[in-house]
Write a protein of this length. Structure first.
Length: 95
């Protein structure tokens, strides 16, 4: 499947998000989370590009791959990162 690259991105970025979760600095958590989001999307888009162009023989340029693999989801993903860290901070402040 062309979307398997995103799963590879999850695996590659897991240690980074582990580091972010142990940090006490919100800005570091936020920056590392955005780096993880970038890694996931780079892996996903790269894999999708290879599958479409070399395995399936469908000629799709990088812009087209970004339009189907990243653009529909990126705003929600960024919002989710921000909201999740704010939620975690609220939970930590309650205890």
């Amino acid at each position: 499947m062309p979307s398997f690259g995103f799963i590879i991105g999850f695996l590659v970025s897991a240690p980074i998000i582990g580091i972010a979760s142990k940090s006490n600095k919100f800005y570091l958590k936020y920056i590392l989370s955005m780096v993880v989001l970038l890694i996931i999307n780079v892996c996903g888009v790269s894999y999708m590009y290879i599958i479409f162009n070399y395995y399936k023989g469908v000629n799709k340029d990088l812009l087209n791959i970004l339009q189907i693999g990243v653009l529909p989801f990126i705003i929600k993903d960024i919002f989710t990162v921000i909201l999740s860290w704010k939620f975690i901070l609220e939970l930590k402040n309650e205890h």
